[in-house]
Structure formats: C-alpha cells, structure tokens
Design a protein around this ligand. Structure first.
Ligand code: FAD
Length: 494
C-alpha cells in the first residue's frame, strides 16, 4: 500500500530499494526504467512498477536500453535476436502506452547517468540479473548519479524473487525446492493489467536507426551468424509457448515427461530458452499457462515446472551468491579436491580449443552435438551434459575444461551467456548442485557420462544422422542466399 492509501501493483518483496534519494527542490522529475534482462512489455514487473511509480508521483516515464559495445562476447546470433526483439518492443511501448523508448550505445556506466541527469529523473527502476559484469556496472552507475535520485531494483525474471526465495547460496535443488514451493501461492499470481502513464513525456525527437544498428552488429559479429528457425519478439515467444499450430502447451507438452531426454525429439522440449534468456517472455507467464493445463498432463507439467522454476531459479541463486560462478573456485570443496586429485591423470585424448570448436574429436556423437550448437544455435538439453563432461575428459585439467566449455557455450548458443549456462557447465564439470559418485580416473567423484550410456538411452546413430542433415540443409540454404545476394549485386540498375 502506498502512503496515500493506494494499492501498488507490484508486491513489495519483488522490489529492493537500492538508494533512497534526498528530496530535491522544485518539481519532481520523471521515472526512468533502465531495461536490461527483461526485454518485454507484457508481464514485466519492472515496467509495471516504473509506470505505477510515475502515476503515483504524477510524472512521466521512459524506458531506456543500453547496447554495450561488447557484452560477454555476444555475436550476430545473439545480438540480432535481441535487437529485432527490441525494435518490436520499442514500437509497441511507444504506440500502445505512449512511453518513449531510448536506445543508447556504448558503456551504460556513461550513457545511463548522463540520460538520468539530462531528463532530471527522480526515480531509476532497473530489472535484476545476478551476473557479475552487470552488477559491477550498476555499482558504477549508482556512484555517479545525483543524490536526489531514488533507485529501485525489481526482480522481474524469477517467479519467486531471488532475495525472497533464499538469502544464501543453496546447495542443491533439494534445498531450494521446498523454499520456492512454499512461496509459490504468494508469487505465482496473475499479472495486473498494465496501466498507461497519466503524464506524457515532453516530446523529444527520438527516432532510432534500427536498420543501421542491426546491420552494424551483424557485420561485426558475422563469425557466428543469425539463426532463422527462431523468430525473435514477444509475439513469437507466446506462439512457441501456446500457439495453436505447434505451441508447446497446446501440442507438444504431452511427451515432455517421456521424451525430453531424447535428442532425436527436440520438439518434446519447450524451445522457450532463447525467449527466457532475453526476457522476451516471462517465466511466470509460462508457469501460469502450464499450471492451467495441469489436470490434463500432470506429470509433464510438473516436470516442466521443475526445470522452469526450480532449476532455473537455482542457477540464478548460484550466480548471485557465488561470485566465482564460472571458475573452479566456485565449486564445492569436495569437488575441487577430487578434481585436483585427478588433474594430472592420463587422458586418452586431449584436444585444443580449436579442435573442439571445429568438432574434430574421435567421438562422432560429441562432434554432432558441437555442430548442432555451432550451426543450429541450440544444442539439445540432454546432449549439453554429455558435451560438457567430455570436455572435462579431453582437456588438460578442470580449469581449462571449464574455460573452453563456457567459451563455446556463450559464443554459439542462442540462449548462452545466461546463469543457466554457467550453472550447467559447473554442474557437468565441477559437480555443483550434484553429489559425489564412484571415484574414477580424470572425473574423480564427479558424475560420469559416456558413449555407451547414451547408446542405451537413445538412437545415437539416428542423432548423428539428424545433425548431419540439419547442418547440410543450413549450409545449402546459406550458399543459396549468398548466390542470390551476389546476383542482386551484379544486376544493372534500372
Ligand atoms: C553444459 C550445459 C550448458 C547449458 N547452457 C545453457 C544456457 O546457456 N542457457 C540456458 O538457458 N540453459 C542452459 N542449460 C540448461 C538447459 O540445457 C537448457 O535450459 C535447455 O536445454 C533449454 O531448452 P528448452 O527451453 O527447450 O528446455 P525445456 O526442457 O523446455 O526447459 C524449459 C526451461 O526450463 C529451464 N531449464 C531447463 N533445464 C534446465 C537446467 N538444467 N538448468 C536450469 N534451467 C533449466 C530453462 O529456462 C528452459 O528454457 C545448460 C545445461 C548444461 C548441462
């Protein structure tokens, strides 16, 4: 409840007051939502809070986004997807809500404080991410801004806000699950309708040269090209989740509990991770919609909610409370010890980063999964575990294995550079969130996976052929489009 007795749309637990601004003299300035991880209009607690606060204060509100020069090594694949989604978002936010959308380029430590100063903002709202670089960047911003500015951070990504779910580093899914489940009735609720702002932003000329910006990032990041099977944006995300044609909850979820570990059946998975990563859909929306069909598919829905909520939010918990989330130092003590005890064990093969990147190993199953990631941009979830564990087996020690796995994952996965990716690599290579297993060479007590185990679980040769076909088709399409580009270039002008 606000001080004037008006009900606020966002639960207080979702919001952290980072800084209470000193009261400035004269008119109160506008509210700015600096959007980072939750790049959507619908079901966005941070945007809802920003508009709510603006209306409460009787001031205008704007959305600002900063395009970093290079954020965690993103290439054309990731940046193209993100910017195309943002372009749609900017149009919608301006047309539907009359909220201006500002896009800055460069370092947010410079652009955001400058903008806040120029517009005389009184409140900065940010969304939440546990990742180190952005937390560091936020600290710099907070140091630079005016004393009179208030700063709120809203966890718009997790169903249960991270700091409410747990105040400490959780050991495993088992230790977090109970805490989250207890809080779901309070937090897994329907979103309120987003109210339009009551005060308009003073008109400023703010046209964004999207085409130029997109072609620039595509050119600079061309080494890892865009993918065409996954359309960016909020509408596309909802279509993947619940579209009538092939939506996960409408058509595919029934096989989730039985087929989700079969790499030959990628459609049994939701395919929602790219949208969750870029915040083009809210996990809470996915969970609400899944819950609504639980009566029909109880096992599948429960399995999906376990991954979507517990496992995903466990990854955020890990990255937030463990500052070394991408280093051997971030592993539990037992795992560090066993990995170091076996660091010098003889390996049957060792490969360089370049050999791994080019899928030049003696294992055709591993090579197929690497090629699926490089060309298709999303490796099947089951193969990601095998893929990372083999990197431990084939490199000169756990530190190098972790470095190579994270490098490749972040470079090629459309959903890479995500807490799930760091937690996934740490789980596979360093036993994070897992338990100790029977000791063996190289792996020590870290859980082991091998080719024979995969062969028992699914049709390994079928998967290898499937990836071969997939890559062949992609290469053919690429060659055709290069040919047609050349023909267009050569055509004489009318
Ligand atoms: C080595 C390794 C690397 C990984 N890298 C990434 C990554 O970069 N980005 C990423 O989003 N996920 C990553 N994962 C987790 C998981 O493999 C993917 O989230 C999943 O394959 C995405 O496909 P989907 O959305 O179709 O999955 P679904 O099975 O349909 O799952 C729905 C959602 O649940 C969450 N989820 C599923 N599995 C996990 C898991 N094991 N841990 C945490 N959350 C999970 C994801 O948000 C996912 O989108 C990685 C796992 C491993 C072992």
């Amino acid at each position: 409840m606000a001080s004037n007795g008006r009900a606020l749309a966002v639960q207080p637990g979702r919001i952290r007051v980072i800084k209470e601004g000193g009261r400035g003299r004269g008119e109160v300035g506008p509210v700015v939502y600096w959007m980072f991880r939750d790049q959507r209009l619908r079901d966005n607690w941070a945007l809802t809070h920003a508009v709510d606060q603006a209306n409460l204060r009787g001031v205008p509100v704007a959305v600002a986004f900063n395009l970093f020069d290079r954020f965690l090594g993103a290439r054309a694949r990731q940046l193209g997807f993100m910017l195309r989604g943002l372009r749609q978002l900017s149009l919608e936010v301006e047309e539907r809500l009359k909220i201006p959308f500002f896009l800055f380029q460069g370092e947010a430590e410079e652009t955001i404080p400058k903008f806040l100063k120029e517009c005389g903002a009184s409140l900065l709202v940010t969304d939440f991410t546990p990742l180190r670089p952005i937390r560091k960047c936020k600290e710099e911003i907070y140091k630079k801004v005016d004393d009179s500015l208030t700063i709120h951070e809203v966890d718009a990504h997790n169903v249960v806000p991270l700091w409410v779910a747990s105040e400490k580093l959780e050991y495993s899914a088992k230790t977090l699950r109970g805490k989250i489940n207890k809080l779901l009735p309070e937090y897994l609720i329907e979103f309120p309708a987003l109210q339009p702002p009551t005060r308009k932003w003073d008109p400023t000329s703010n046209s964004i040269g999207w085409d130029g910006i997109i072609s620039d990032v595509l050119r600079k990041g061309a080494e890892v090209p865009e993918i065409s099977w996954c359309e960016p944006g909020e509408d596309a995300a909802l279509e993947v989740l619940m579209g009538n044609e092939n939506g996960f909850l409408k058509k595919r979820i029934r096989s989730y509990s039985t087929d989700r570990n079969n790499p030959l059946k990628p459609k049994a998975l939701s395919g929602i991770s790219p949208y969750l990563h870029f915040g083009q859909i809210s996990a809470q929306r996915c969970a609400l919609e899944a819950q609504s069909i639980r009566k029909q598919y109880p096992q599948a829905v429960d399995a999906f909610l376990e991954e979507l909520i517990v496992r995903r939010e466990l990854a955020d918990n890990y990255c937030y409370y463990q500052p070394h989330y991408d280093l051997l130092k971030g592993a539990w003590e037992w795992a560090r010890k066993t990995l170091m005890d076996h660091a010098n064990d003889k390996r049957e093969h060792t490969y360089t980063k370049e050999q791994l990147e080019k899928a030049q190993t003696a294992d055709p199953l591993w090579n197929a999964s690497q090629l699926e990631m490089v060309h298709h941009g999303k490796m099947h979830g089951f193969m990601r575990m095998y893929w990372a564990k083999k990197i431990l087996e084939w490199t000169r020690g756990p530190e190098e294995a972790l470095e190579f796995a994270i490098y490749l994952n972040d470079k090629y996965e459309i959903d890479g550079r995500d807490p799930n990716g760091y937690a996934g690599c740490m789980w596979s290579i360093c036993g994070v969130h897992d338990q100790g297993w029977r000791e063996r060479p190289v792996f020590g007590k870290i859980r082991y996976m091998n080719y024979a185990g995969c062969k028992r679980k699914f049709d390994v040769d079928g998967y290898i052929s499937y990836v071969k076909r997939l890559v062949g088709e992609l290469k053919k399409r690429k060659a055709e489009s290069t040919m047609s580009d050349r023909t267009t270039e050569k055509k004489p002008r009318d």
